[in-house]
Structures are given as structure tokens and as C-alpha cells.
Design a protein around this ligand. Structure first.
Ligand code: GTP
Length: 437
């Protein structure tokens, strides 16, 4: 066996250019058909001077993967810069990206023809240079490995795509997110990893991002490979090549499902009366202001009502505070069922409730009806029933400039008039009559 400092071996059963064959032999290196790769490789691995360049046939992916595994198993890959020769044009991109991923020093293209021999010689010289480019390459590779390990430890899916939208990097979380292997992602585009209709949207967004040369941050929903639908924030940023042109984009996906759930829960808690589950005073005021503005801008009247239980204190005193609570729930549920989904019902505090609904006629009808329905529907409280009545003040508001505050005040006055008139009744006022604008 030769002691040439730079032997290498070439795996190929594709046609090898005659010039390359001659050159391989002149370097006392081997030409190995993939079928014999296993034993031949073992033979070669006994040669301590096995050099700097390893060439394989891109068409024989499985064979060279087996070789890579064997070299890695023997601890050789760490110290052995190697190269990939790609004689199959159709396989070039996929194999090249795999070769780079495995740490290839160079990827040659058979289409280079006669120049190939020269290119390989240049590579071998470079690797043998006194400045130890091979050592530098090893350091670079170690850094790459550390970077990959760090990325893989991050819980957020992270990816890098080149300017053509081809994935060049994907951490473990991104692999898990898509439910594909890294080989099924690297070297592929979004059309290979997402359903066609979504892929087109993503590709379009990528193009716009690249054209803008900036960054995008947006919230959306995505389905994880495990089937769960998650709310996420996408962070994508364009990076530029040495020529200053956009060279690709790096992206990270942050799962914000839990935060959104907490936000919704807090919002519900902040907007809801904890006893009855209906709107509380604060959210009634907020939403009613908005609804009133919209209705009046559309030249539609709205009706605001305030009602409160008659002699509620006696119910508490007679049946206990818990029964009083149950009565408040009973009333809110009873009244809620009499209203339409778009009407608003709120507990303003204590035993006082508010309603807002669109229209004057509906408002009159509901206001007239509520006291009778409540009086006729006592709450079951075994072994007896607890009856109660309400007094209600209602105000029909016509288009004009009114503040909700002053309207609630007017409704309050109407409510107290209902109490003064003997309770269990409604007093309905037409605000236009009270205060023309
Ligand atoms: N059970 C229960 N009682 C409450 C709650 N909030 C307020 N109350 C009671 O509701 C009663 C309200 O009484 P008032 O509105 O002053 O008077 P009323 O007895 O209803 O008499 P009128 O309104 O004049 O008909 C008070 O006794 C409060 O203690 C609550 O959350 N649960």
C-alpha cells in the first residue's frame, strides 16, 4: 500500500471520467464500487496515512451513508476532512446539502468534467498547507457542532432558509414541530414540508420578507405534528450576504398558547361578576359606551334599564345569606333567558342589575314584562319557594349627544320612582322628553 501522504478513496459505480480514473490510480488511491464498500473500507481503515479527501458517488446515497457511519463509528470523521463527488445531476442538491451537513470540506460537481481533477488537487494542497487549513476546518466543525447542540437544546423551533427558500438549518424543536426527519427538511422547501395551500402562503410571505430585507413578527395559529393546535409568535429576520444582498432568513417560533389562555382567563375574570357569571359593572360601562355610540351613530334608539330586588335585605335575614346569593343567581339566569344574545345584562353591585338593548319598542316591552315574570317565578328553595319582586327604571335613548353616566343616573331616578310607586313595577322614561337635545 502506498505511503503517499494524500491517498483517498472514491466510491462510484457511475461512469468515472477516464482522466479522473487515471489520476486516482496515479495517486495510489482506490476506486471502490459501492457493492464492495464495506470490506474495502475496512481494508483502507488499516492504513494510518489515509489522507484528506474522501470522494463518493452521489447516486449511491446509502452506500456512502454506511461509509460515513463506519468512519464516524471508528472516530475517523472527526479528524478526516472529506469531500463528496456528485456525478448524478438529479441528486446533486439533496446530496450536496447532506454532505455539507456531515461536514464535507468540498462538494465537487461531475459536470465540471476535466477541471475536476485539478479542483481536487487544489483542495488537497489547501488541506496540506502549513497553516493547517484542515485543523482550522476541524475547529470550525467543532464550533458548528456546539452551535447545533445549543440550538437543539432550545425549546423554540428554529430554522434557517436560504434566498431560494431552501431549509439549510433546523433545530430539534423544528424537526419535532414538523414531525419529519432532519433529512426530510434540510435541502427542501416549504412545498416539501407543508400542505400545498399553506406552502403557497408561506412561500409568498417569505418572498415579501426577503424583498423587504427586514424582519417580521406576527401571531398566528399552527398545528404541531402531534395534532395540537397552538397559538404562536413567529419571529423572522432576513440576513445578508457579503455582497449586501438578502441571503436568506432565520426564524423562530414561540409557543404562546399558555400565555394566551391565561390572558383570556384573566380577561374573563376581570369582566365577569364572580357570583352570577354575568358582566360586572366595569365591563358593562365599557361595552355599553361602545354599543350606545354605535347605535346612536346608526340613528337607532337604545334602552337602558336598572332594576333592583325589592326588600332583598329581608330575604337575606329570613333565609340566610347563601339563599340570598342563590336568589341573585336565579334572577340573573331568569332575566338572561328573557333577553336576546345581543342584549347586555350586568350585575352592577349588591342586588342591582343593568340591561342595555337596541330599539325603543323592544325596550318598552321587556321593561314592562320583567317585573311580572320575576314575581311569577319564585326560586325553589326546598322545602319552600322564595318569592321576590323587582323594581325597574328604564330609559329609552334617542340619537343625540348623551353621556352614559347621565343616562344611568336618569334610569336610577326612574327606578326609585318605581320603588316609591309601591315596588314590583317598572317606570319607563323617554329621555328625549326629559332633556331635548
Ligand atoms: N346574599 C347577598 N346579599 C347581598 C349581596 N350584596 C348585597 N347584599 C345585600 O342586599 C341588600 C340590599 O339592600 P337594599 O338595596 O339597601 O334594600 P332592599 O332590602 O333591597 O330594599 P329596597 O331596595 O328598598 O327594596 C343588603 O342587605 C345587602 O347586604 C350579595 O352578594 N349577596
Amino acid at each position: 500500500m502506498s505511503q503517499d501522504p494524500t491517498p483517498f478513496f472514491l466510491l462510484s459505480d457511475a461512469p468515472v471520467p477516464a482522466a479522473l480514473q487515471a489520476w486516482v490510480h496515479s495517486r495510489h488511491s482506490l476506486l471502490l464500487p459501492p457493492a464492495s464498500a464495506g470490506p474495502a473500507l475496512q481494508e483502507w481503515m488499516r492504513v494510518p496515512e489515509l489522507g484528506h479527501c474522501w470522494l463518493v458517488d452521489g447516486a449511491e446515497l446509502d452506500a456512502w451513508r454506511a461509509c460515513v457511519d463506519a468512519l464516524r463509528g471508528a472516530g475517523w470523521l472527526e479528524n478526516l476532512p472529506w469531500a463528496l463527488w456528485l456525478p448524478e445531476p438529479g441528486m446533486r442538491d439533496g446530496n450536496a446539502s447532506l454532505a455539507w451537513e456531515q461536514g464535507a470540506v468540498e462538494v465537487f460537481d461531475a459536470a465540471q468534467g476535466a477541471d475536476l481533477v485539478q479542483d481536487i488537487q487544489v483542495l488537497l494542497q489547501r488541506l496540506r498547507s502549513p497553516h493547517g487549513q484542515a485543523a482550522q476546518l476541524r475547529r470550525d466543525r467543532a464550533e458548528q457542532k456546539a452551535l447545533r447542540a445549543s440550538l437543539d437544546n432550545l425549546p423554540a423551533p428554529i430554522f434557517i432558509k436560504n434566498a431560494d427558500g431552501v431549509y439549510t438549518e433546523a433545530n430539534q424543536s423544528f424537526v419535532d414541530f414538523l414531525g419529519l426527519s432532519r433529512e426530510q427538511i434540510i435541502g427542501k422547501t416549504v412545498y416539501d414540508v407543508a400542505p400545498p395551500e399553506l406552502a403557497a402562503i408561506y412561500a409568498d410571505a417569505d418572498q415579501r420578507l426577503l424583498a423587504s430585507g427586514t424582519r417580521q413578527i406576527y401571531d398566528t395559529q399552527v398545528r404541531w405534528a402531534d395534532g395540537s393546535l397552538r397559538e404562536v409568535t413567529f419571529y423572522k429576520a432576513v440576513f445578508h450576504g457579503v455582497d449586501g444582498a438578502p441571503a436568506g432568513q432565520a426564524g423562530a417560533i414561540f409557543d404562546i398558547t399558555e400565555r394566551k389562555r391565561m390572558e383570556r382567563r384573566l380577561r374573563t375574570l376581570a369582566e365577569t361578576d364572580s357570583l352570577t357569571g354575568i358582566l360586572n359593572r366595569r365591563s358593562f360601562i365599557e361595552q355599553a359606551e361602545r354599543r350606545m355610540r354605535d347605535a346612536l351613530a346608526a340613528q337607532e334608539p337604545v334602552t337602558v334599564m336598572l332594576f333592583d330586588l325589592d326588600h332583598f335585605k329581608q330575604i337575606n335575614d329570613l333565609h340566610g345569606h347563601a339563599a340570598g346569593d342563590a336568589v341573585l343567581c336565579h334572577i340573573s339566569s331568569l332575566v338572561g333567558h328573557l333577553l336576546r344574545a345581543e342584549d347586555m345584562l350586568a350585575r352592577m353591585g349588591g342586588d342591582e342589575f343593568a340591561i342595555m338593548l337596541h330599539g325603543a319598542l323592544d325596550g318598552h316591552a321587556v321593561a314592562e314584562r320583567l317585573p311580572a315574570v320575576v314575581a311569577a317565578t319564585p326560586m325553589a328553595h326546598p322545602p319552600q319557594h322564595v318569592a321576590c319582586t323587582i323594581s325597574l327604571g328604564a330609559l329609552v335613548i334617542h340619537p343625540g349627544q348623551h353621556s352614559l353616566d347621565s343616562l344611568l343616573h336618569q334610569a336610577d331616578l326612574a327606578l326609585y320612582e318605581a320603588k316609591n310607586q309601591g315596588r314590583n313595577r317598572s317606570v319607563v322614561r323617554d329621555y328625549r322628553l326629559l332633556s331635548p337635545v
